[in-house]
Design a protein around this ligand. Sequence first.
Ligand code: EPU
Length: 340
Amino acid sequence: MIIHHDYSLLGHNTFGIEARCRRFIEYASLSELDEALKLLREEGETQFLHIGGGSNLLFTKDFDGTILHSAITGRETVADDGEHVELRVGAGENWDRLVEHCTAEGLHGLENLSLIPGEAGASAVQNIGAYGTEAGDFIVRVETVETATGRRRTFTNRECEYAYRHSIFKGKLAGHYIITHVTFGLHRTFAPDLGYAALRRELEARGISLASVTPTLLRELIVSIRQSKLPDPAVTGSAGSFFMNPVIPEERFRALQAQYPDLPHYPAAGGVKIPAGWLIEQCGWKGKRAGKAGVHDRQALVLINCGGATGADIVQLSDTIRRDVRERFGIEIRPEVYFV
Ligand code: EPU
């Protein structure tokens, strides 16, 4: 177990915000996690937070408490019937290296989630998604430790309550369980999900027929689409999409569509999903800056750190954008990024 005191979180958030925490504990095994939780219980430490790769959070100030981070790694095949393979993965495994490994090993399903920053444990909390695929579609079970008691509990896929960018670990059980391992159910037969419009456009542009798409090619395509739209985390601080795409009632959508015939939209549970990036772009924010915070010039859903921004700078820009979208369209957009 590694313990740091008064520790900089700069290397633990992709926004590149300089914030500090009172203590940072990294554990590399279940027994080390047990030890860390015992320590927190004995001290009566109430302020603690578990983070993954820090790619979906925004530090708005220093954190006066303990931050926990998993360094539990490893990938093992726990079931294999020749077609379906269950791969059990440590929560601290890097997400994209996992996708790369699966693609190379002929274990299919996760290709569309290539290049998403973050770690395996957080994928099961956030239900990360891209290009028509969500992690929850492939998660079989999630192993956890209850923070209050140290007891182990395994959640089935159903118990995780997966929905768009949502799970029970973000919802009613937020903060109560720490994910130690995630088991993914993958296929040996490659049945690519090529339904997403941007993906089809890219295939067409490259003159590639749907039938000739290989796993490696699909991964390469996703990587190149992401690189063309999203900032490189090594160069520009961001947390990917800052807001969730709002779902609005059908009649509200029809009224808006009459006004904006080009309004992009997708069917969704409970109404119609509108890309928040489009709403933000319409409000004139794409590529704009407000001090050290800004809006990415190729994807308006992404707020960026233009260099030296504080969490408060980003929050201020987020509030202004939310207000502008509300005033212009009467639609409430909500951050998907977690504010600390
Ligand atoms: N659009 C604009 N202007 C913009 C951005 C988008 O008009 O500046 C419109 C366009 O009509 C475009 C549509 O929005 O066709 C959809 O854009 P895109 O395909 O980039 O997807 P998104 O809805 O903006 C979501 C996810 C991304 C994911 C992509 C691809 C959320 C919050 N975001 O973005 O996830 O990569 O789909 O599947 O659902 C992330 O969560 O960090 C993330 C990057």
